[in-house]
Design a protein around this ligand. Structure first.
Ligand code: SF4
Ligand code: SF4
Length: 128
């Protein structure tokens, strides 16, 4: 991925327990197209899907959360497998993690914090 100080090792997802889908409360933003794709994947009418799984945040839409280990998890986080239950149609926000703009200027000082959020991140020391 261009202009990032780190690379990503996807094998870490197998053992990480879904840190990017759990933790403090947050937003999992979805576009209308993404919501249509998820509702089709779940074989739910669009209106039923949005009433059940989506909340409005200002002018945007977010998937809702559920309680998990005294914190929160995305409603589509499977507590048994510790994986996303809608993986093939997960929103762009999820597909692009951890390559988010806010992480672009990661420095070695930020690295420990970032590693706690995503153990798949591998710092590219030559770019520091
Ligand atoms: S936090 Fe990182 S390593 Fe863990 S599941 Fe998410 S992307 Fe994979
Ligand atoms: S949609 Fe899937 S990948 Fe995205 S936060 Fe929810 S469980 Fe995680």
């Amino acid at each position: 991925m261009n202009n990032f100080n780190f690379t990503f090792n996807a094998t870490a997802c197998n053992t990480c327990g879904g840190k990017c889908c759990t933790g403090e409360s947050g937003y999992i933003f979805c576009s209308i197209t993404e919501m249509e794709q998820i509702s089709a994947f779940l074989k739910l009418p669009f209106n039923e899907f949005t009433q059940k799984y989506v909340k409005k945040v200002g002018y945007k839409f977010s998937l809702i959360e559920k309680p998990y280990n005294n914190e929160y998890a995305c409603i589509f986080f499977d507590k048994e497998t510790k994986k996303c239950s809608i993986y093939d149609v997960r929103p762009k926000q999820c597909r692009t993690f951890p390559f988010w703009d806010g992480f672009r200027d990661t420095t070695s000082e930020d690295y420990e914090l970032l590693l706690k959020m995503c153990p798949g991140i591998e710092l590219d020391k030559k770019d520091m």
